[in-house]
Design a binder for this molecule. Structure first.
Ligand SMILES: NC(=O)c1ccc[n+]([C@@H]2O[C@H](COP(=O)([O-])OP(=O)(O)OC[C@H]3O[C@@H](n4cnc5c(N)ncnc54)[C@H](OP(=O)(O)O)[C@@H]3O)[C@@H](O)[C@H]2O)c1
Length: 237
């Protein structure tokens, strides 16, 4: 035993927010406040990673399949010696997942589900043939251990989390967020209880996470940011 921590994949998040930092519409419906170009970029970012990660809330609300449907992007991945689509990963503590969801119907890439022994037995037997199911004997998924499994078991070196806020918050709290791809749309939603990048308004993170701007573009009427973890020397006034 060396005591060395298992290597995590490099973890990015890809999210869209309003100018007032909200990530969901009033009814928590799929995020339809960004442009078609932003939706296309979602697929480009998917294609650039070995795996896609989402929380149960997002998979259910956005009826996600997490597939990569763009033929050009699929072909480019194959030319690079990769599978046509990235691995798909879903996390749920309570494990109340519906085998009828799109995510379980799409068989174009393997699906990994990290959950706990809280998952109802009926759900376990229904989804086990449709995914690689990992059930941790704990009330909540130990997220770092789950992420650390992906590299040795599936060769995942890079992963993009597509939300939602609650999952992003866990990644941030665990110090696991290396990059953020953020689209800021020129719209203001308000809503004192509306989720932000780190979920529903609540406590501060144990420590602020600092990022540097790796790239900043204005595309159409949206601001597209690529943030990379790291401190910049600031003059404090
Ligand atoms: N604007 C955007 O870019 C964007 C992106 C994604 C989602 N959204 C929106 O965000 C809303 C969903 O938000 P949300 O906060 O509910 O999403 P979420 O984080 O995807 O889902 C929350 C659920 O995911 C599971 N989960 C979260 N963190 C976990 C962890 N560390 N370990 C194990 N399971 C974990 C839990 O499932 P269980 O309850 O099953 O235990 C939790 O209740 C939707 O309206 C969606 O449209 C917006």
């Amino acid at each position: 035993m060396t005591g060395k921590k298992p290597a995590l994949p490099r973890i990015a998040a890809h999210m869209a927010a309003t100018a007032d930092g909200k990530i969901s519409t009033r009814r928590f419906t799929p995020s339809q406040f960004t442009s078609p170009a932003d939706k296309a970029r979602l697929h480009e970012i998917r294609a650039a990673h070995d795996a896609i990660l989402a929380g149960r809330g997002t998979v259910a609300a956005d009826t996600m399949s997490m597939r990569l449907s763009n033929e050009k992007l699929r072909a480019a991945r194959i030319r690079r010696g990769l599978p046509a689509e990235p691995l798909r990963v879903v996390v749920s503590n309570a494990g109340r997942l519906d085998p009828a969801w799109k995510i379980f119907q799409h068989r174009g890439s393997p699906l990994v589900v990290f959950s706990t022994t809280r998952m109802p037995a009926q759900t376990r037997s229904a989804i086990a043939p449709l995914c690689d199911l990992y059930l941790f004997e704990a009330p909540a998924v130990p997220l770092r251990a789950a992420m650390a499994l992906l590299r040795p078991a599936y060769g995942v070196r890079s992963l993009v989390c597509e939300g939602g806020g609650e999952l992003l918050r866990s990644l941030a709290e665990g110090g696991m967020l290396d990059e953020i791809h953020l689209t800021v749309a020129p719209v203001v939603f308000g809503g004192s209880g509306a989720p932000t990048l780190t979920g529903l308004p609540g406590g501060f993170l144990p420590n602020p996470m600092e990022f540097q701007i790796a790239r900043l573009r204005t595309i159409g009427d949206e601001c597209v940011l690529h943030l990379v973890r790291g401190k910049k020397k600031r003059t404090r006034v």
